[in-house]
Design a protein around this ligand. Structure first.
Ligand code: FPP
Length: 314
């Protein structure tokens, strides 16, 4: 991974998107490299049996919401909700890796979250560091590669050091990509992308320049990753909250009333089952059920109708 530094922010440009891997049923459900998937209870087993391993999303993105409400309902301080939420982060990462989802993106801290009380922000930063310290060996053992998107250079120095070290340690892992959005905002990401394109135009003294969709994608923090197929939001709010604004153009959106600390493995399996019921149309008349890409012929025809520009990188 290349970390590109620009005046407006640190962005993480990813060199390649991960391959989804092999597709036989058993290969899709190993817990760890050598074990077979073991549902924890009957509910998980029943949900798993309904899931089609051939049509899982390549990229799942999650807005983890409802920690505060979970705590309030139990007359606990808000931070107790964040701590309970951290356990679910572990479950979801593990489950997605077991199911061979190629990429999982978690919205952990937004640019707007600085508006929270200082004590809560400090706690979230401490929790993140604690999480990395405790979970990194397991993440690494499971061949997961950690990537961070957002304006990382504005985070406290100790957090920056920890995430840089975690990314370095997992840089050569070839399994699931775990993308954590930290100090992230979708509009800020677009502004950073445009500014980087303008910088390149100036540096390369280009007399004329036009950006097409691919050029813009290539300058986002998520360059090289597939766009999310499924966006999950917990706690029932019908908002995208400035998350991956460009990338979710065709994502299936799944909103559940479940609060993040209650979002168990079974709830995730339910979200995946709901995704498999959707018909993805990509603006056409029915590209097929979720998990199948639009026909290549159609995509090529579509591309020929999209005006192209010059990539800044040539
Ligand atoms: C939203 O709940 C949640 C957050 C702003 C923080 C998410 C953090 C975690 C789940 C724990 C740590 C994460 C990682 C990746 C280690 P909220 O506080 O907005 O809930 P509310 O809407 O009910 O108030």
């Amino acid at each position: 991974m290349r970390v590109l530094l620009s005046g407006s922010g640190v962005s993480c440009a990813l060199e390649t998107a991960g391959a989804a891997g092999t597709t036989t049923f058993l290969e899709h459900f190993p817990v760890k490299a050598a074990e077979t998937f073991k549902p924890a209870d009957r509910e998980e087993a029943e949900l798993l049996a309904k899931l089609d391993p051939e049509r899982l999303p390549s990229h799942v993105a999650i807005i983890m919401d409802g920690n505060g409400r979970w705590a309030e309902r139990r007359h606990l301080p808000r931070i107790a909700g964040h701590r309970a939420g951290m356990k679910r982060v572990r479950d979801v990462i593990e489950t997605c890796a077991e199911l061979h989802v190629a990429c999982l993106t978690l919205y952990a801290f937004s640019l707007e979250n600085w508006r929270r009380p200082e004590a809560e922000v400090d706690f979230l930063m401490r929790l993140l560091r604690e999480y990395l310290k405790r979970e990194l060996p397991e993440i690494h053992k499971n061949n997961i590669r950690l990537l961070i998107i957002g304006r990382a250079e504005q985070l406290p120095a100790n957090v920056q050091n920890d995430i840089a070290e975690a990314m370095r340690q997992t840089a050569h892992n070839t399994g699931m990509k775990l993308v954590v959005a930290l100090n992230y905002g979708g509009r800020a990401e677009l502004a950073d992308a445009f500014n980087r394109m303008l910088d390149s135009v100036r540096e390369n003294r280009l007399a004329s320049f036009r950006a097409d969709e691919q050029t813009i994608s290539n300058h986002l923090y998520t360059a090289g990753l597939p766009d999310p197929d499924l966006l999950i939001r917990t706690s029932g709010e019908m908002r995208v909250s400035n998350f991956l604004l460009w990338q979710i153009a065709y994502a299936e959106i799944y909103v559940t009333e479940t609060l993040w600390p209650d979002f168990s493995r079974a709830r995730l399996l339910e979200a995946l089952l709901e995704y498999q019921k959707r018909e993805r149309r990509y603006g056409g008349l029915g590209a097929g059920p979720a998990g199948t890409a639009p026909a290549e012929g159609n995509r090529k025809r579509a591309r020929s109708h999209i005006p192209s520009g010059h990539s800044v990188r040539g």
